[in-house]
Write a protein that binds this ligand. Structure first.
Ligand code: SF4
Length: 386
């Protein structure tokens, strides 16, 4: 089974913390870009030589909700035409609350999108201003109501913590208000200052204080506790869901299973090859217009293709799988996939990380996963498997 990622690299304007592959002021390219996406889907299917089974589709960005529903529908029609799309496929779309209306949401639902991921970030105007987000919290409340009326039964809210000048009580209020909206899923991300972003620049010049990592850790632990009591289960370092509502698309990444990526800068992993597409929308459109057929999973837009050795794949399986806080990495699944026992391959790092209280085995010895302390020090743990 494959997952399919569709990158939509358009935003109305850039948020202060963002280093994603996205562009403001390029809306005039949207129509040609969607043509190119359809061409890339056709190219992938032609080189695969069969209708590959796809069980999740994810429109990420950028701001996919800037695309008219008819464009989203065109992409989904192409997916259904060229791939064996599961009848119960999860079809997600990332959206910014400020860009949505009730008719838009109805049309999006009718086009086949069945899961929304809303970039809320905060309920407080000062946080939203610092992040240069394009919406206020009342827009989030309105959007949730419209999304339910439009028939969306699977909604994620993205929130950010550890912001400069964000006190713990303000974060607690954001989480409480967001939980009152009864989404099925939460993604909570700690702010990271990405090089080259305006926010990192402001902090470097002393115009905005450094985020405080101790407060961020406190916020994370508080939110985990609060969400558990509110009926959500943490299943990944940054993700909590109601029963049965974990994001199937992202689980595919964390289980290190194959996915195809279409669009500018999209990445893929299939047939033992990791691929990356050309970054800018203009170059992407040109390549898809001019391109010749290439061997699967490459397309005319591919600018990097790296064959993965079994050693790489094992290390990636550990690093990604350990993000899954409950599931972790299964000994039997690992053996089935690689023909080796994971404890034999990684004896030293596992012994060390268990002694440091960062990893533990499930009581039946089948699954290796992070301890609660390990969840706070995930990057430290993952490095041990490189
Ligand atoms: S809306 Fe998202 S992708 Fe676009 S600039 Fe803001 S954070 Fe980046």
């Amino acid at each position: 089974m494959y997952s399919l990622y569709v990158h939509v690299p358009f935003c109305r304007r850039r948020c202060s913390y963002c280093d994603f592959n996205t562009y403001a002021g390029q809306e005039h390219l949207q129509s040609a870009y969607v043509d190119a996406l359809v061409q890339e889907l056709a190219a992938l299917a032609a080189s695969a030589g069969e209708a590959l089974p796809v069980h999740t589709v994810y429109f990420g960005g950028g701001t996919p909700s800037l695309l008219p529903p008819a464009h989203v529908g065109r992409v989904l029609e192409a997916v259904a035409r060229h791939f064996a799309l599961a009848s119960d496929a999860e079809v997600s779309l990332e959206a910014n609350p400020g860009t949505l209306t009730l008719p838009y949401l109805r049309d999006l639902r009718a086009a086949g999108v069945n899961r929304l991921s809303l970039g809320v970030q905060s309920a407080h105007p000062d946080d939203l201003r610092l992040l240069e987000r394009d919406h206020d919290y009342p827009a989030v409340v309105r959007t949730m109501a419209w999304a339910r009326r439009a028939g969306f039964e699977n909604i994620n809210l993205d929130l950010m913590f550890g912001l400069p000048q964000q006190p713990l009580v303000r974060w607690q209020r954001t989480v409480r208000l967001a939980a009152d909206l009864s989404p099925e899923h939460f993604s909570l991300y700690a702010l990271t200052l990405e090089h080259g972003t305006p926010l990192a620049h402001w902090v470097a010049r002393g115009l905005v204080p450094q985020p405080d990592p101790d407060t961020a850790a406190e916020m994370y632990l508080w939110a985990d506790d609060f969400l558990r009591q509110a009926g959500f289960q943490q299943y990944e370092i940054s993700n909590w869901a109601r029963a049965g509502r974990a994001c199937r698309h992202n689980l595919q990444y964390w289980r290190n299973l194959p996915y195809l990526g279409v669009g500018a800068g999209a990445h893929g992993f299939a047939a033992g090859v990791r691929t990356a597409n050309v970054l800018t929308p203009g170059a992407y459109i040109r390549r898809m217009k001019d391109g010749r057929p290439r061997a699967f999973p490459r397309t005319p837009a591919t600018v990097e293709a790296r064959a993965i050795t079994p050693e790489d794949e094992m290390a990636e399986t550990m690093m990604m799988g350990l993000r899954l806080t409950e599931e972790g990495v299964s000994r039997s699944v690992f053996r089935q996939r690689f023909g080796r026992d994971l404890e034999a391959v990684y004896r030293e790092p596992i012994r060390r990380l268990i002694a440091q209280g960062l990893l533990t085995w499930s009581p039946d010895g089948e699954r290796l996963h992070l301890t609660p302390r390990g969840r706070l020090l995930g990057n430290w743990v993952f490095r041990e498997f490189v």
